[in-house]
Design a binder for this molecule. Structure first.
Ligand code: PLP
Length: 414
């Protein structure tokens, strides 16, 4: 790209005049390059992609049919803005029927989002002034923190450690940070650790928020993808509606990542501020998409079917990884399996030592054509996603058998 005066105009928040000129290669680009190189070195080989963070299948056919007919309705053609009663009311029903939360009023406590990502990018504008701190967890989904920093805030990251069941240690936040903190962002079932929260942890979060005047944002994008029992909503915690909101998404639980719809539910004042800033950010999601998603929310058996598939894949994958010595433990939900890396691996007489997850992940792609996502933020782990492509259940078993075979050709040290 040719240089021009435009290079001098970039805002500091994205790097100022140095924007785009750095040579650092980011994690996902490194993975992409390693995958390309592995395929070039092994022409015609199958690369098993366990790195993808989205479902491998389409939305259910009856939901697509709903979209088809709703898209033909003239009344659905215009800007939705913050409206869309069908979806709002379906969200309230879903929260009650699936999550056991019956305190929501569709007019006061719910507003749709163009996906959880969009909601996480809007909410900082409601609360963060320059100098304010956003409390977040790491490793994690950084969007709220990125926008908080864009507007002069800063992020205090709490590590998610295995010894704490991947829950943040709230007592570890320094007093001076807490004084400047306004928001606490948590996410369960968690990406990337797959961990679930507990009612006791949520109760602790409510008490902590009240004690330190914090708002709580619970990113619940994987909410209904649970392998046993019912989804645990933060809003089911006594007092949660006084302090926070929960973000729900159609993406993962209904195979609808590209459709871009979710909702923000909870505290009336937070929802109102979100809706006000949203109104100045987007013009709402297409009403036909909202109506098809309302139909989906009334069919939670679709999520149960998806969760069952992931659970079955998890069982097999955990068994295979354990067989080869990797300490994988099936999570209670999500589609992520978060596994501590080995110290070294030997294949064809060649020993490779790993200090960082990035090295192990690179070795897995290069030597086994299995792609994972490395996380070095709080210990060295790789994330296997059970959303790998498989045509049917037989193919699924074939892919898992292939993983087993490939790992069997190596020995691991821990
Ligand atoms: C933790 C977490 N939050 C939010 C999102 C974004 O979800 P949506 O598709 O609803 O924007 C993702 C997507 O990967 C995620 O992992």
């Amino acid at each position: 790209m040719s240089q021009s005066y435009i290079q001098q105009l970039f805002a500091d928040r994205i790097g100022g005049s140095g924007y785009g000129l750095g040579t650092e290669i980011y994690k996902f680009e490194k993975i992409k390059r390693a995958k390309r190189a592995a395929l070039t070195a092994n022409p015609g080989a199958e690369l098993i992609d366990m790195g993808v963070g989205e479902p491998d299948e389409m939305a259910f056919p009856d939901v697509i049919d709903q979209l088809h007919s709703a898209a033909r309705e003239p009344g659905n053609r215009g800007y939705a803005d913050n409206g869309g009663d069908a979806y709002k009311h379906a969200a309230v029903r879903w929260m009650k029927n699936v999550c056991g939360v019956d305190s929501l009023d569709a007019d006061k406590h719910v507003c749709h989002s163009i996906g959880t990502k969009a909601a996480l990018s809007i909410l900082p504008y409601c609360f963060i002034n320059p100098g304010d701190v956003a409390l977040m967890t790491t490793p994690g989904y950084p969007v709220f923190g990125t926008h908080a920093k864009y507007i002069g805030g800063s992020v205090f990251n709490m590590p998610l450690l295995e010894k704490n069941h991947f829950l943040p240690d709230l007592s570890s936040i320094p007093t001076d940070v807490l004084k400047r903190a306004k928001s606490l962002v948590i996410n369960y079932p968690n990406n990337p650790t797959g961990a679930s929260a507990t009612p006791a942890f949520f109760a602790e979060v409510v008490a902590f928020a009240k004690q330190h005047n914090l708002i709580v944002i619970h990113d619940s994008a994987y909410a209904a993808l649970v392998f046993e029992g019912k989804p645990l909503s933060f809003l089911a915690t006594p007092g949660a509606m006084d302090v926070g909101v929960e973000l729900h998404s159609m993406s993962k639980g209904f195979n609808m990542t590209g459709w871009r719809l979710g909702f923000v539910a909870g505290n009336e004042l937070i929802v109102k501020a979100y809706a006000d800033v949203k109104d100045n950010t987007d013009s709402g999601q297409f009403l036909a998409i909202q109506q098809a998603c309302a139909y989906a929310l009334d069919h939670p058996e679709q999520t149960a079917w998806i969760a069952e598939k992931y659970s079955r894949r998890m069982d097999s994958l955990v068994g295979i990884l354990n067989k080869h010595g990797l300490a994988a433990k099936k999570p209670k939900g999500s589609f992520f399996l978060y596994v501590k890396i080995p110290k070294a691996a030997t294949k064809n007489g060649r020993r490779s030592a790993f200090e960082k997850a990035e090295q192990f992940s690179h070795w897995m792609i290069t030597e086994n054509l299995i792609s994972t996502v490395p996380w070095d933020d709080a210990g060295a782990y790789v994330r296997f996603s059970v959303t790998f492509m498989a045509k049917d259940m037989n193919d699924e078993q074939r892919v898992l058998g292939e993983i087993d075979k490939r790992l069997a050709s190596s020995s691991f040290e821990f």
